[in-house]
Design a protein around this ligand. Structure first.
Ligand code: GCW
Length: 616
């Protein structure tokens, strides 16, 4: 085994109790089973009915008391144990999570494959059926509970048969068995549904205004709740990338979402409706259509039309999980609609769990841009059945940090989360914390430097999104262009261009509108810029592109060197397995450097001012 799966931020806890009971009972068992961590004290649990996820940790007569709601005491118990292990004082005043639903979306297919999965196969499915090791699912549940994740969708939003059957009589008993396993951890189940299910089940239409369709979904929901009484609801990708949806029937997405919401409402269920809707059949010659504008255009006019149990799930940026994007304009709009932020832990465009990429700096950047937090949060999972859960051992830190982000909201500190993860995973006395911390914290900047510059996006390989291909997307149907020529690069998204900046509130729109005030790291997201344009530090745009790519490749080697320096203090398996990833990252970074620099050099004919090699 290259990496021990138990070594995942809770290696110091005893095996998860099999007969867990409810979350409060599990909390008691975890505290009793791991009492050795409590420094000679004991710990009791006290339930405050109705207090939900909230908890406090007090000292009573020299012992600990975790007081809170049913799930709150479980979160409190894990916090108590992990703080004690790290040698921190575990006492804390009343705490509540910043986001109510803290979800994880798995993009798992029932054949066992994982869409954009970089950590092996599905944890839940194989060969078109449920296939899991209950003991591992319990470890998974514990990992989630320890960071406060309280809902999971186990199947891909692109619903492929037979996953459409997860909510039908045929598969519901099995679906319910998995929900039973997760329940003690306070983790509720969501399922991605196929909007065309009524049709595949024999009705002539899936039109949301058709009474037979409404009756179909009502029946379906009655059935689901017979099997899973605390079922959280449906996750829906509709009219997006060839998925069926209400547009087929000339209905709006409010009409479409409300159909499901009304069927779920009597049972307390919710519809999580994704806003990733755009024209994926664009003609590259069409300069008027600008993909980042699509979601706002579709949804902003529908504000106030959704049932109150509909949650619109919006990706952090307006494109699609690129290295650097501004926050989606939808986060400033739709005050009368419940929303969830969607981030992606799976590193689809950010190194695929081969290259190191610690995500919190992106989330902190997002926080700095968005004044009002949405009610809920979701992350696309980076987990699979690899021995170490996440393919790259250090990618575990992203899931850990996500849980902290989801709990803390504005108070989130990516650096503190990384420190906690290191201490929990490698020991509170790990002697190289500062080195590892520095690697994690600089990783996003390194990756950004050797890939696409200044918010430009989409220079990635079109087939699998790893490695460079500067024109891979350029003449495609996906609406993802940079339109580089011999003079300039980027899309003009100002008033004079596509008008995208107008989707932001006035102050922000003005900031993005001008090249002088637009944050430089997003310059090419908002503007079309000449290569000889002088940046604020006196370099030309072209020289900045060259410099970043040379530096990025060098810094990737720096990460490898740092990893090598950690050898004496790391378990052998983890060291060797991850060393291989860093070597691949260095190769990848060189490839990016040379392809991108050559690409721009061929257009401009301008050499690197520092005389470094650019291949032609
Ligand atoms: O980034 C794109 C991915 C698709 C994914 C889609 C989405 C699940 O390339 O694989 O499909 O986003 O978010 O729906």
């Amino acid at each position: 085994m290259p990496c021990d799966e138990k070594l995942c931020w809770l290696p110091f806890l005893q095996d998860v109790p099999g007969d867990a009971g409810g979350p409060a009972e599990l909390a008691q068992k975890e505290l009793a089973g791991n009492a050795a961590l409590l420094g000679g004290k004991s710990a009791a649990v006290s339930l405050l009915p109705g207090a939900g996820d909230g908890y406090e940790i007090l000292e009573r007569d020299g012992n600990y008391l975790v007081r809170g709601g049913e799930t709150g005491v479980l979160y409190g118990a894990y916090r108590l144990l992990t703080d004690c292990y790290r040698g921190e004082s575990p006492l804390r005043p009343w705490t509540m999570p910043a986001f109510s639903l803290r979800m994880l979306n798995h993009w798992d297919n029932m054949d066992g494959s994982v869409e954009r999965g970089y950590a092996g196969k599905s944890l839940f499915f194989a060969e078109d059926r449920f296939a899991y090791d209950p003991a591992r699912i319990r470890r998974y549940g514990r990992l989630l509970a320890s960071i406060g994740v309280n809902a999971v969708c186990i199947n891909n939003v692109n619903v492929h048969a037979p996953a459409d059957q997860l909510i039908t009589e045929r598969l519901l008993p099995k679906t319910a068995a998995l929900a039973d396993l997760l329940r003690p951890f306070g983790v509720r189940l969501l399922l991605a549904v196929d909007y065309a299910l009524p049709v595949t089940q024999g009705l002539p239409t899936a039109d949301p205004l058709d009474e037979k369709v409404q009756a179909f979904w009502n029946r379906q929901c009655d059935l689901i709740y017979q099997y899973i009484p605390d079922f959280l609801g449906f996750l829906v990708k509709a009219d997006s990338e060839f998925r069926p949806g209400p547009f087929l029937y000339h209905r709006s997405h409010a009409e479409g979402a409300n159909l499901l919401a009304r069927a779920l409402k009597p049972h307390g269920g919710k519809v999580i409706w994704r806003c990733f809707v755009y024209n994926c059949r664009q003609d590259w010659r069409d300069h008027a259509t600008d993909r980042p504008m699509a979601a706002y255009r579709h949804y902003a006019p529908l504000d106030g039309q959704f049932e109150d149990n509909v949650i619109l799930q919006v990706k952090n940026g307006p494109y699609d999980f690129q290295v650097r994007e501004p926050a989606s304009p939808l986060f400033y709009a739709m005050p009368n609609t419940v929303k969830a932020l969607e981030v992606q832990l799976a590193q689809e465009y950010t190194g695929q769990q081969i290259d190191l990429y610690y995500m919190p700096p992106m989330w902190e950047e997002w926080l700095s841009q968005v004044p009002d937090l949405p009610d809920h949060i979701c992350a696309v999972s980076n987990l699979g059945n690899d021995e170490n859960w996440t393919g790259h051992f250090l990618a575990q830190a992203n899931l850990y940090a996500y849980g902290r982000f989801a709990w803390l909201g504005r108070a989130f500190d990516g650096k503190a989360a990384a420190r906690e993860w290191i201490a929990l995973t490698l020991g509170s006395d790990f002697p190289e914390t500062e080195r590892l911390l520095s690697m994690l914290l600089r990783s996003r900047g390194v990756y950004e430097k050797y890939t696409s510059p200044l918010g430009l996006c989409w220079m990635v390989n079109i087939s699998h999104h790893y490695g460079p291909s500067p024109e891979g997307y350029e003449f495609s149907l996906w609406g993802t262009y940079h339109r580089a020529d011999y003079l300039a690069v980027g899309i003009d998204r100002t008033e004079k261009g596509t008008g995208y900046t107008r989707q932001y509130p006035k102050e922000l729109a003005e900031q993005y509108e001008s090249m002088d005030t637009c944050p430089e790291e997003m310059l090419l997201f908002f503007h079309r810029v000449r290569y000889d344009h002088m940046l604020r530090d006196g370099r030309t745009l072209l020289q900045r592109i060259y410099d970043d790519h040379f530096e990025g490749a060098e810094e990737a080697e720096g990460l490898l060197k740092d990893w090598v320096a950690l050898q004496p203090v790391l378990p052998d398996g983890i060291y060797a397995h991850t060393l291989d990833r860093f070597r691949r990252q260095v190769q990848n970074a060189r490839e990016w450097r040379d392809v991108i620099n050559t690409y721009f050099h061929r257009f401009t004919g301008t050499p690197d001012a520092k005389g470094r090699t650019i291949y032609d």
